[in-house]
Write a protein that binds this ligand. Structure first.
Ligand SMILES: [Zn+2]
Length: 335
């Protein structure tokens, strides 16, 4: 380890403590600001799905509940849709507002997050992958993790696309699984899905995977709670940064909205860019069809100077937010 890395490591606890205690979330600014938190999965460690997931994607229900309590101490918790409406109409906004968001529509959000949102009466926005709701769709990183953890790594390793160093272990560590998934991100989603189909991945698993996403009745129940607003996260979760044919771009952005509106019988006003990627064309189409959109860009939104279709968020995952001190440090936006 270099001297610089050593110093950085030694100073980290101090930085976390200072950021948590003196970060911007601990003092009201002169202008109203909005923190938007980005969650993906809420899973207890006892759930097998927890171990098939990348650390950057998961939060335990215990941590999530602690987060809600901490948030209530520092913020006015708002629904993103309400905040946007108020910002547009020039209404008075809270000085320190925070909106909770969930990406994708994971079934565990229904199982573990909804009861906690209800218990603490916290509003949230959930961005659903419209055409994958209620299907047996799996995201490729979870399939790769499930295959590796069930001992199929050596079979994957022989495949020209899927085979990356580290897969040969029959009993891989979580770090090895994460490293393989990271390497595979060099390929497009389409290439990886095709490769998995070639391998007939379902037949390689000892146990079938549970559905990844909610079904329509579950999504409707989230909405009916009165706490959760549903937004669009495209039809199929394609990244919108590349030169997608215009028809495809239109389908992902416009069709997803109509599908959700039809199924949920409710207007859909908010959008979330998959992986935070978008082209100028994608952005202009989103501006035409939605009131606001969120990215994965890290930051805190200033009400006075906020581009409503490129709103920034703070990603939350368990490994960096499992104690109140670390969660507070994350809210500072500094770490
Ligand atoms: Zn997503």
């Amino acid at each position: 380890m270099s001297a610089k890395a050593l110093v950085k490591r030694a100073l980290k606890p101090l930085l976390i403590s200072v950021a948590g205690r003196f970060g911007p979330h601990r003092r009201a600014a002169s202008e109203p600001r909005l923190w938007i938190l980005m969650y993906h999965r809420i899973l207890p460690e006892s759930d097998p799905r927890y171990h098939q997931e990348e650390p950057g994607m998961r939060v335990t229900p215990e941590s999530f509940e602690m987060h809600l309590r901490e948030l209530k101490r520092h913020f006015e918790l708002v629904s993103l849709g309400d905040w946007v409406k108020a910002q547009e109409s020039g209404a008075v906004l809270p000085r320190q507002a925070c909106a909770v968001t969930f990406d994708d529509g994971w079934r565990d959000n229904f199982e573990y997050a909804l009861p906690l949102l209800k218990k603490h009466q916290v509003p949230a926005t959930l961005f659903a992958v419209a055409e994958k709701i209620g299907t047996d769709f799996q995201f490729w990183p979870n399939v790769v993790a499930a295959l590796m953890l069930s001992g199929a790594g050596p079979t994957l390793a022989k495949h020209p696309v899927l085979g990356v160093a580290g897969m040969v272990a029959v009993k891989p560590t979580p770090e090895q699984v994460a490293a393989c998934i990271k390497q595979l991100k060099a390929y497009t989603d389409l290439e990886l899905f095709q490769a998995l189909e070639e391998l007939k991945w379902r037949e390689l698993l000892s146990e079938p995977m549970k559905p990844a996403l909610m079904d329509w009745p579950q999504l409707r129940e989230m909405q009916a709670s009165g706490l959760v607003e549903i937004g669009s996260h495209t039809c199929t979760h394609q990244r919108l940064n590349r030169a997608l044919p215009e028809s495809e771009l239109e389908r992902e952005i416009v069709e997803s909205r109509s599908r959700l509106e039809r199924e949920l019988e409710h207007p859909i006003n908010l959008f979330c860019f998959p992986n935070g990627d978008y082209s100028a064309e994608a952005l202009s189409l989103v501006k035409r069809y939605y009131k606001a959109a969120v990215t994965t860009q890290k930051g805190i939104n200033d009400a006075a100077d906020c581009s409503l279709h490129e709103m920034v968020r703070i990603g939350i995952h368990n490994d960096i937010t499992s104690t109140p001190q670390r969660f507070n440090a994350r809210l500072s936006g500094w770490v």
